[in-house]
Design a protein. Structure first.
Length: 242
């Protein structure tokens, strides 16, 4: 199936914020008789290429699903390999300041290795003023977990008398999530043929256009993104209206 296009749509037809579920790394590796971590390694390269391409197109934000709250169930060496890839990416981000990417990590950092937590803080602080593109990396992230944490935070504010329950509206709830202050994703892409959200941005995806593609994430190219963007540009977004 050809899911590629050589050029993207015009800039005013592009989404402001794209979510990507980077799926299919394991299958990519299995097809080649390689260990699963090699698939993640290729997937991390694809991530770098696609973020740079999205930035060059003028897309404001990309959120990628790198590690879910459920991924701790994977074999130890696969989890370690994923953490190493993140370390490497954060290191590269700090060196390549000309990428002009602002990094934010979405998710519960507490269970992460101490050195990684430190590197995340440094990378977030150093990239705070960058304006090229916002890169949200969902790491130890779960959509339900995020909503429960937000609810708890608001409940605590009520108990302390800082907030009244009737003041809780959608805007205030959004501000209690990891993505506080950012626009919701307009478009969520999941490659590899699976057709589900898998606990990704459950609140923020309320009106997102979804697209499911067959290509495995390590094989995903800028031309695949062009094709997906044409699909998005052709959608009629009504937000519940007519
Ligand atoms: C899902 O594929 C992918 C993941 C759980 C990890 C995604 C992580 C990366 C691409 C690399 C690290 C990220 C950054 C930001 C540097 P799968 O393993 O479930 O694939 P399968 O369904 O084919 O087994």
């Amino acid at each position: 199936m050809n899911e590629t296009a050589s050029t993207p749509p015009a800039r005013d037809l592009l989404p402001r914020h794209i979510g990507i579920i980077m799926d299919g790394n394991g299958r990519w590796a299995a097809k080649r008789g390689l260990p699963r971590k090699m698939g993640h390694q290729e997937g991390a390269k694809t991530f770098g290429k696609i973020v740079r391409y999205a930035r060059d197109l003028g897309i404001g934000a990309v959120t990628v699903y790198a590690f879910s709250t459920e991924n701790w169930k994977r074999p130890r060496d696969e989890v370690d390999a994923l953490m190493d890839l993140l370390r490497r990416y954060l290191g590269e981000l700090r060196q390549h300041k000309d990428d002009n990417a602002r990094l934010l990590i979405l998710g519960d950092r507490n269970p992460l290795p101490e050195d990684l937590r430190q590197t995340i803080l440094q990378a977030e602080q150093e990239s705070r003023e960058n304006t090229g593109i916002t890169v949200n990396v969902a790491l130890n992230y779960g959509g339900r977990d995020e909503i429960v944490r937000g609810a708890r935070q608001l409940a605590e504010a009520c108990l302390k008398g800082e907030l009244r329950p009737e003041e809780i509206d959608e805007e205030r709830f959004s501000a209690a999530l990891y993505t506080a202050g950012q626009p919701d994703p307009d478009f969520i892409i999941r490659p590899s043929g699976e057709m589900r959200l898998s606990n990704f941005m459950l609140w923020q995806a309320a009106y997102a256009e979804l697209i499911f593609m067959h290509v495995l994430w390590p094989d995903f190219t800028p031309e695949h993104l062009n094709w997906a963007l044409w699909e998005y540009a052709g959608r009629n977004r009504r937000f519940g209206g007519v």
